[in-house]
Design a protein around this ligand. Sequence first.
Ligand code: CA
Length: 480
Amino acid sequence: MRIMILFACACMLASCTGLKPSLESSQERSSAERPNFILIVADDLGYADVGFNGYDRIPTPNLDRLAAEGVRFTQGYVSHPICGPSRAGLLTGRHQGRFGYSINSSVDPSDAAAGIPTSEENIAEVLSKVGYDTHAIGKWHVGTHPSLRPNARGFDSFYGFLSGGHRYFPEDLTIERLEDSEFHGDWYYTKILENETPVETSKYLTHEFTDRAVSIINEADQDPFFIYLAYNAPHAPMQAPEEYLARFPDVENERERTYMAMVSAMDDDVGRIMQTLAETGQADNTVLVFLSDNGGPNGAASNGSLRGYKRDLFEGGVRVPFVVKAPGYDLVGDVYEKPVSSLDILPTFAALAGATAKNELDGVDLLPFITGADVSAPHDFLYWRRFELSEFAILDGNNAKGLWVKEGDFLYDLTADESESNDLSADNAELAKLRVRLEEWRAQLQDPQYNILRTWLPPRPHHDWYIPNWKPGYVPPPKD
Ligand code: CA
């Protein structure tokens, strides 16, 4: 209720001045009036791998309940179809191409350029300015140099790993630190860091990370909190506890079965987060966001009727499961159909917290749109770039999407054709118009500021870092 009143005041202010609430007005609010934020990110979860998007292959009752209590976006996008650049955009509210974060950066801890540059401000840095306690849990993947790690980038605490993927069972976590890696991919085996200290873990990693979030919620003091809970599930390697595998006895393909079990475990854990918020009386004052960092990869994930996979600029690569629960707000309904972006999360949180970001943002505050106060579209255009492939895409306010990708040049009307199967690029005038707009945007971007060809460590022989029960010193069997 408190934040509903706050929002009403904010709307009145906005309608008088045409401006968002100022930092000065927000600083007069008591900390109790500011909502907590929990941003839950799944890794490589497909659009059709959640029940709330209308698919039933994997039951996700807790995520479905979250969606029912909030609003789900049918066209919720990330700004890049792979992990690192997507997270760089998500965390800064700015298209990552503006600061050259256009390909996964090296996880080399000696490379101070490989990550989100310190000229950028992330969600934790913005919220810290107005008194939030900030916590990063899980996968980081936006810089491993000491100057780029969570504790150096606005987070009061960190419990997770710095690289782009990780093994899930505690007995696999045998390398003390990232710096001890000998081969490319050894970082899948590092111990979990509590801030800078490697710790022993005891649970399946998804549960381990959830336990930490539950502890933070239980121990919250009078200051509002921001928890960035970045699961690595259901990203490879495919590993799931027996009790979850047992939920899918009829799935014969082991990889698919394991993937489904991993999603099911994560769904249970989102339920635990919601339960803890309810038990501690914080459910009505906590804004919860759930999304995936990119589309489902070609394999065990499913993007339903969407074309393409992770790495593609087709919808399957960039349209993701995306939900916002904002208690106390009268939302337009269970579903919001106009395109929104992961870049919108920072400005939405900042507006709710009364914080001001220092840089110009590409994202917008979504609250006026999902409450119906503003019936226009949040974005005139959304843009994508895969730098190393010279691939580009643009989506305009009429849901016309232009793509220039390795498969060719395409124009689609997503309203009539969400599966991108009916190419309209014979209408060259429309595509050319989109291209002009795209070029204007491209001129604002930077090339990567780090050496994208840098190889920090040699590949492990047979370059297979998903070897079960691998330990340092493992000698691979000879090739056939
Ligand atoms: Ca990912």
